[in-house]
Write a protein that binds this ligand. Sequence first.
Ligand SMILES: Cc1cc2nc3c(=O)[nH]c(=O)nc-3n(C[C@H](O)[C@H](O)[C@H](O)COP(=O)(O)OP(=O)(O)OC[C@H]3O[C@@H](n4cnc5c(N)ncnc54)[C@H](O)[C@@H]3O)c2cc1C
Length: 308
Amino acid sequence: MESSCQRKALAIADKIESHLGLKVKLSEPMHKHTSFRVGGPADFYLEPTTVQELSAVIDLLLEAGVSFKIIGNGTNLLVSDNGYRGAIIRLGPRYASWLREGNQLWAEAGISLPVLAKRAANEGLSGLEFLSGIPGTVGGALYMNAGAWGSTIGAKVVAAWVLKGQEMVQISRTELDFAYRYSNLQKQTILAAQFQLQEATSAEIQELMAGYLRRRQESQPLGLPSAGSVFRNPPDLKAAKIIDELGLKGMVIGGAQVSPVHANFIVNLGYATASDIYRLILEVQSVVEQETGIKLKPEIEQIGFTSP
Ligand SMILES: Cc1cc2nc3c(=O)[nH]c(=O)nc-3n(C[C@H](O)[C@H](O)[C@H](O)COP(=O)(O)OP(=O)(O)OC[C@H]3O[C@@H](n4cnc5c(N)ncnc54)[C@H](O)[C@@H]3O)c2cc1C
């Protein structure tokens, strides 16, 4: 940031801190907040803990003309090496309450999916086992209707809550629309969701969860930083199979590699830049299109890059 920008940023941070008592980090490296472990600085970084704090922060940012982005665990994000011009607002473990109501669980957006799956298991409630190996939050999962092993989070949701002005507004099931890696909540700030579950024994639930986790360990490169599947599956096809059949497993650019374990994962070998990963995505897309005519669309969200 230039020095006049720096002064302006300091003044905005000061205002937020003095009005709300909320810590604002300036030039916060995004590699600390993304599962790829890459990404340059966000001008501002905040972790509000209540709806009131969140809405007040957003008001102050809008008043100052600062753009913002809500994130969860950063497990579906590729942030550029130049970072993000604006404020990253994280709804994570500091915004992660949950509550049982009969056979339903209500959960705030920041709760991690594996934590929520474990809570449900402890309560003897079945239905969220498939989330146990997805490292995102409820907010991030609702945003893109995360799913695995034939189940999707959208199918379990009976209501969601979003921020409208300073209010927490409920959206009922009939107003919600979920499809493959899509939800109509994508323009909203997601605050919470309620899930419909069924009673089951703890042993049954644990067995399902263990099975899902084992299948993941066998088929995914969990020891290296990644953001899960990079490309969406084209209709009736599997992106991983297409990439694998073209012999692209193991392809490397800088410190980024098409995983030899799972062709739809790109992993950070430990020294990747966001640019390495971005260029590898483009290269895979280009080879696949040349060889098959199929244009793979990224599933992961790319932030701060100048061209798509
Ligand atoms: C090892 C690994 C395995 C994975 N396996 C799967 C899988 O099986 N299935 C699957 O679907 N995904 C998978 N993923 C991808 C990822 O975990 C999911 O997409 C997850 O739902 C993202 O949640 P997040 O909190 O990390 O979101 P982030 O990456 O932080 O954000 C993703 C998007 O959601 C938005 N967002 C986040 N929170 C909110 C909110 N509260 N309000 C509004 N918008 C919000 C962000 O702005 C961004 O646009 C995997 C990732 C990894 C690293």
